[in-house]
Write a protein that binds this ligand. Structure first.
Ligand code: ZN
Length: 117
């Protein structure tokens, strides 16, 4: 059972996706998946990562300034910088994961659009 999605695009062309649900619609056009599609499409995470790296930069700058001014022990500063480096790696990793997820969602969208399942 691998019927074609019955959705008609604004162009008048019928969707070439394979219907998955009982409604005779593909995953992209089945209203049951609307919530999931919205979640996939949400790109709210990118701004958060940018804010995080901006905060990190400011904190590292202030550590450097404190060391220069003699307000912070050099060993303490070295340990702190190490911690910041680990945080930076995590932010980069999270960003990579998010970008991979977005890419996967876009590929899935295109695949449905062109009906190449
Ligand atoms: Zn469809």
């Amino acid at each position: 059972m691998n019927r074609q999605c019955s959705f008609i695009k604004p162009s008048g062309e019928r969707c070439r996706g394979a219907s998955t649900g009982q409604r005779g619609l593909c995953w992209m056009h089945d209203p049951a998946n609307a919530d999931q599609r919205r979640r996939v499409a949400s790109r709210g995470g990118r701004g958060k990562a940018n804010r995080e790296s901006a905060t990190l930069k400011e904190e590292i700058k202030s550590v450097i300034a404190d060391v220069k001014a003699g307000d912070l022990d050099r060993n303490d500063a070295a340990v702190m910088i190490q911690g910041y480096r680990a945080l930076k790696d995590f932010i980069a990793l999270e960003r990579q994961v998010r970008e991979t997820d977005e890419l996967a969602a876009e590929i899935e969208e295109l695949r449905h659009e062109y009906g190449a399942a």
